[in-house]
Write a protein that binds this ligand. Structure first.
Ligand code: NAD
Length: 468
């Protein structure tokens, strides 16, 4: 590690090189492969969550003013659930899977062995700083790897808490934490890893993938995108509205990768939907949502400026039908609904990742498919309808990382489903068994004995052998 003139140590390329070598050595020792090591680390994470629930919720409050309930339900409980599932299923996941053999290899048997990849790098994002660091870490442990975690510098309280707690609870020779921003991440990216698991935006996703290409390192990229909500007219509007609100503002005030980004509905339905959204938003967050304790703040002044810039653009500034209030001093922006924004406005060009929700209108609900498909493939897509045919058309026409019909964001909690993007919303997936698989190599193994040694594949290659 280098030292600055002020005497501060810097995590540079050399330090990253030493760290990656340490992790390679510990992996080569075989320590992280054992069932016992994996289980003990997973149990320690549960213990850490239980013993530091308040500290974790407090760090999330400092970083984002995240409401306690959201911290517990969407970060802590989800991590504990991932551990509990892995602890319960690990023996089964680790077991070789029998595979069929063919006449060509007769007599033989075959199996698929789940092999840990080695030393892996996990880079996480700021919006769910505990969950997005710990969930991939749980996966890498369950799969038997050595690892380094680089939490996001934009959630400094969570990052420093992780750096403090993980060495206390986990095997610090095999599981490292490096705090820092771009230069520290780049130093890590210069090293050879056996897998890189990155959560964040697509611009940095490209940087990660380019670095990985140097060593042909496989990557999981958990990215974002504009996740649409299509609202048909034949629905229970109050239930739909509440579920949209919870997926949007109830998840970190819109700063979530699977937050509804925009709504598409028919011209007839738009007014009813806006009225319902206004009524339910007021019931949830009161008449002055800037004061609500149930809404996170915007993470920092750069993101605040980015979001207010989207609102202030000439093309959309007159389109606000609800909300729009803001307070730069405490980085708060109220839930804001915009109606009739042009498709070529800035707010419709980039992922919003905040409390603004534009509503677009179409003449026929099926026209929404073309609007969605004119952009990049979203991480999530939502449809509210009772129409069976429309559900099928939606599933067939819209490509997205995941789809929920008649709700939002819930697919994230279903552990039997893979969570990940498609196209520009990401590659690879995790959650449940998919997490274990994300950090595992499926090794093909064929067992033969010395009997039945058919001579047909041995030279000389005679015509008679061809006919067999
Ligand atoms: P971020 O700013 O925390 O960046 C993510 C990580 O990349 C951080 O650890 C950061 O240090 C590192 N980084 C930033 N710039 C870098 C650079 N130039 N070189 C190397 N590393 C760099 O998070 P973000 O990107 O603002 O996160 C928001 C985005 O992430 C949104 O697009 C959101 O949809 C997406 N996201 C996806 C998921 C998912 O599970 N698919 C979850 C959360 C967020």
């Amino acid at each position: 590690m280098a030292t600055t003139e002020e005497g501060k140590t810097v995590f540079d390329v050399e330090a990253a090189n030493v760290l990656s070598k340490e992790l390679r050595d510990v992996f080569a020792s075989g320590k992280t492969r054992s069932y016992e090591w994996r289980i003990s680390q997973l149990k320690s994470i549960v213990k850490m969550c239980d013993e530091h629930e308040e500290d974790i919720a407090d760090a999330l409050r400092q970083d984002l003013s995240k409401p306690q309930l959201e911290s517990i339900v969407y970060e802590l409980t989800m991590v504990k659930n991932s551990c509990t599932l892995a602890i319960k299923e690990l023996k089964h996941w680790m077991m070789p899977e029998k595979a069929k053999t063919s006449l060509t290899t007769f007599p033989s048997s075959a199996e698929i062995m789940s092999e840990p990849l080695g030393a892996v790098l996990i880079i996480s994002a700021w919006n769910y700083p505990f969950l997005l660091s710990m969930d991939p870490l749980v996966a890498a442990i369950a799969a038997g790897n050595a690892m380094v975690l680089k939490p996001s510098e934009l959630a400094p309280a969570s990052s420093s808490l992780l750096a403090k707690l993980l060495p206390k609870y986990l095997d610090c020779c095999s599981i490292k934490v490096v705090e820092g921003a771009v230069s520290e991440t780049c130093a890590l990216l210069e090293q050879k890893w056996d897998k890189i698991f990155y959560t964040g935006n697509g611009r940095v996703g490209r940087i990660v993938m380019a670095a990985a290409a140097k060593y042909l390192t496989p990557v999981v990229l958990e990215l974002g995108g504009k996740s649409p909500v299509v609202v048909d007219s034949d629905i229970d509007i109050q239930v739909a509205t509440r579920r949209i609100i919870v997926g949007k503002w109830g998840c970190n005030n819109g700063q979530a990768c699977i937050s509804p980004d925009y709504i598409i509905t028919t011209k007839d339905c738009a007014e009813k939907l806006v009225d319902s959204l206004k009524k339910e938003l007021e019931a949830f967050y009161g008449k002055n949502p800037l004061e609500s304790k149930d809404l996170s703040r915007i993470v920092n002044s750069d993101h605040y400026a980015r979001l207010t810039n989207l609102l202030d653009e000439d093309k959309v500034s007159g389109k606000i039908v609800y909300g729009g209030e803001r307070n730069e001093a405490n980085l708060r922006i109220a839930p804001t609904i915009l109606l009739g924004v042009p498709q070529n406005s800035l707010i419709m060009k980039e992922e919003i990742f905040g409390p603004l929700l534009p509503i677009l209108t179409v003449s026929k609900i099926e026209d929404s498919f073309d609007i969605i498909n004119s952009g990049t493939k979203p991480l999530a897509a939502y449809l509210f309808t009772n129409n069976k045919k429309l559900k099928q058309q939606f599933l067939m026409s819209v490509s997205a990382g995941g789809v929920v019909i008649n709700d939002t964001a819930l697919h994230l909690t279903v552990h039997s489903l893979p969570f990940g993007g498609v196209g520009e919303s990401g590659m690879g997936s995790y959650h449940g068994k998919f997490s274990f698989d994300a950090f595992t190599h499926k090794k093909a193994v064929v067992y033969r004995s010395f009997v039945g040694d058919a001579s047909v594949r041995y030279p000389p290659y005679t015509r008679g052998k061809l006919r067999l």
